[in-house]
Design a protein around this ligand. Structure first.
Ligand SMILES: [Mn+2]
Length: 270
């Protein structure tokens, strides 16, 4: 049995199939862990969700910001942008099943025997493992409930910027969603920055640091994440595994084989 972790697929179905063919992936034997953002921007989001929903227990995905945004679009709370290339997905007869599957994916997964945690964007450095488990699971309970659209509709505020252990309800859930699915840089006081998407070297002197450069309560855990294509897989820390290498922007899709540590890449096809 092999475990493969894949970066942000974002509708790049053909590139994913090529990678899985190259490593001889078999869902009856292997697992495919995905860091989220399965959909949007690339051409075949409908095929990516069709594939993941066919994998059963071999699929281990977490939700990214684009996956949550799909819930808002499907419910009519947000309009789809043509650049998201979601038309075929939104017109698919399988859409209700896809939405159901997305709503049942977690915001974090872990492999305790490897001291490994996967989220879409990262883990806020203030959080220990019990806090991460608790906050992520509270959000997932809401997503699986009949009233999940109240939370989805309230997501678009960029508030709160800071973790407040005494906050309650949606304020608390929104911090969790923003930190786990949208975070890149933090201010030096730990507040979330929502604006800068550049590589760290271009932001020196801006009073911002990448979230993974702060001392963390999870320093001895391996954190696997995506979301930040400008990193191009580089963090300078062997326990911080960045897998988004910008396939939907014309760069690469990256697959990481946990057991060997090998990274396999597929260039974006025309
Ligand atoms: Mn993302």
């Amino acid at each position: 049995m092999a475990r493969y972790f894949v970066g942000d697929i974002q509708g790049c179905y053909e590139e994913l199939m090529r990678l899985l063919l190259r490593v001889d992936f078999h869902p009856s034997r292997d697992e495919l862990w995905a860091v989220g953002d399965l959909v949007a921007r690339g051409p075949e989001s409908h095929k990516v969700l069709g594939f993941f929903t066919s994998l059963g227990d071999a699929a281990k995905a977490v939700l990214g910001n684009h996956d949550l945004h799909l819930l808002a679009i499907q419910a009519g709370l947000k309009r789809p942008k043509p650049s998201d290339k979601l038309k075929k997905l939104l017109e698919s007869k399988h859409l209700p099943g896809f939405i159901h599957w997305v709503r049942h994916q977690p915001l974090m997964r872990e492999l305790p025997e490897h001291k490994l945690i996967m989220t879409h964007a990262g883990v806020p450095p203030q959080w220990d493992l019990p806090t991460l488990r608790e906050e992520a699971s509270e959000v997932n309970k809401v997503l699986m409930s009949d009233t999940y659209l109240d939370l989805i509709g309230s997501m678009y505020t960029e508030e709160p910027e800071s973790w407040d252990p005494d906050a309650s309800g949606f304020l608390r859930h929104r911090y969790c969603i923003d930190a786990l699915t949208r975070m890149r840089f933090l201010y030096l006081d730990g507040r979330l920055d929502f604006a800068c998407k550049k590589p760290p070297a271009d932001c020196e002197g801006l009073a911002l640091k990448p979230w993974f450069e702060f001392p963390s309560k999870l320093d001895d855990f391996t954190l696997v994440f995506g979301h930040w294509a400008a990193l191009m897989g580089k963090t300078d820390n062997p326990r911080r595994i960045a897998l988004d290498t910008g396939c939907c922007w014309g760069e690469d899709l990256t697959l990481w084989h946990l057991e060997t540590g090998e990274k396999i890449t597929q260039k974006k096809l025309k």
